[in-house]
Design a protein around this ligand. Structure first.
Ligand code: ADE
Length: 223
């Protein structure tokens, strides 16, 4: 999979991709992630990328030309299956959509900043708008990192134990929340691991996990 991320503050994205699972996936050439600095496509000597909004109002707006220039360069090299804009106004991201994205070959992710981006970018250059939740971040970079991390870990070969993915919360529609898990010691400060898990009785353990999953899924997880 090939992922191009376009940002005004690319530095924010260096750390999330240089650690652990994502770094291993990059090293194993299972994913290719490029972060592009939108300012490089800025206008004039000052590399201007933003301007005042027409009609007035506070805050600056990302201009269309730098985005168009950057996308044109990327599009001249490959076809993209999806060109995504990270925005709190987008469709709410989910495990289901992470799975869909993990099956794409090439995607671009544009991160917003300032007051927003010129609406014409959204109307003519973007194919999907994604939000990671109903709250406002200062820009789309951290949201993009969330999307990329959840997508990359689904790529074949990234996580050795596929069973671990299948049992993750939200992977299967009917089992939204994974059951509780425990490890050694079986007793700590009087807090015991449920006895059934120590029984070695596979059927009973499976039934217990199922029962716990069902209980957890009935819980209201909204604040
Ligand atoms: N940019 C700012 N806030 C965001 C959010 N909640 N989701 C995606 N992109 C964003």
């Amino acid at each position: 999979m090939h992922i191009d991320i376009v940002s005004v503050v690319p530095e924010i994205l260096h750390s999330p991709f240089s650690n652990s699972i994502i770094r291993n996936a990059i090293n194993k050439k299972l994913v290719d992630i490029h972060v592009h600095d939108l300012r490089q496509y800025g206008l004039g000597k000052k590399k201007k990328i933003d301007d005042y909004p027409y009609g007035g109002g506070s805050g600056m707006v990302i201009r269309i030309e730098p985005v168009y220039q950057c996308f044109s360069k990327l599009l001249s090299k490959r076809h993209y299956d999806e060109i995504i804009f990270m925005t709190p106004e987008g469709n709410i991201f989910s495990q289901e959509y992470a799975k869909i994205l993990s099956e794409k070959k090439n995607i671009i992710i544009l991160c917003g900043r300032y007051k927003g981006i010129d609406q014409r970018i959204r109307d003519h250059l973007i194919s999907k708008e994604i939000s990671i939740g109903k709250y406002i971040l200062s820009g789309g970079e951290l949201a993009a990192a969330v999307v990329v991390e959840s997508v990359v870990r689904l790529l074949p070969g990234v996580i050795k134990n596929q069973n671990s993915i299948i049992t993750d919360s939200f992977y299967q529609k009917e089992s939204l929340i994974a059951p509780p898990i425990y490890t050694r010691p079986s007793l700590y400060k009087g807090w015991a691991v449920p006895e059934v898990l120590l029984s070695g009785h596979h059927k009973k353990i499976k039934d217990w996990f199922y029962k716990k999953t069902m209980e957890l899924n009935k819980r209201n997880t909204n604040f």
